[in-house]
Ligand binder design. Sequence first.
Ligand code: HSE
Length: 310
Amino acid sequence: MVKRVSIFSPATVANVGPGFDILGFALNEPGDEISIEISENSHHIIENNTDIKIPLDPVKNVATVAIDAMLNALGSKARFHITFNRKIPAGSGIGSSAASSAAAVYAANILLGNPYSETELVPFAMQGEKAASGSAHADNVAPALLGGFVLVRSYNPLDIVRISSPKELYCSVVHPNISIATEDSRKILKSSVPLKTAITQCGNVAGLVTGLITEDFRLIRDSMHDVIAEPIRSFLIPEYDKVKKAALDSGALGCSISGSGPSIFALSENSEIASIVGIAMKDVFSSAEIGSNLFISQINMGGMKVLESI
Ligand code: HSE
């Protein structure tokens, strides 16, 4: 029986191009690192060894909210001591709350003897997302748990489909040092879209998924267009149009908002182009005197990583 487990949980890019709420993938870096063990206490304990502020109240922390959803389903009264050793900043658009929610249920599942498969853990981790943003979306937690590209084919009933992608595909993500709450950037979206817009978006989602599976870079490039969320949300991100232009001019296949922003991601055909693209994107923020962090990553096919298990 495992007594303590330490997990690396990857950052994720959600809303990939036209795939609002339904398409995401996992990155190799950055990520959360948490360590978790069963506690004899009557409530969960949260310890924070990072310099990122997180709620220590188990009712408010997404990790314990997600774990409680799982414990309720199991009818278990187990309690856990969770230590955060590394944390993606909240409001970054690269799946901060998802990384914690997914890591927590993944680790707790191991400590409880693996009652659930990774796919079965997705709905519990979604409850962490709901606590963080008011919406139980799966396009960050599913790729964090399963790795690779994941399509949320349906929310009701939940149907998660893992999608293959070209091995050479690389992602450049630039995180400007501002934060945007997912809850706020969801509120500004329209609740309905014209039929023409829906048709354009559906064509691009189908094209992108087909392009990924058939490793057709031309089709990926032609399909990386979002006519629903990007035109509204991009106003929240300073220098957005310039960053996107810099990415495309440098050879990116496509560039869009990562999750609900402010991070911006670009997909490229190989690591060399991804580095050039990433630097060009970061340079735009530097010219506007906005600090930013750049991550270049291949698609993370493994998802969660067990760092230590005792
Ligand atoms: N699909 C979610 C949204 C992702 O855009 O609100 C949040 O990271």
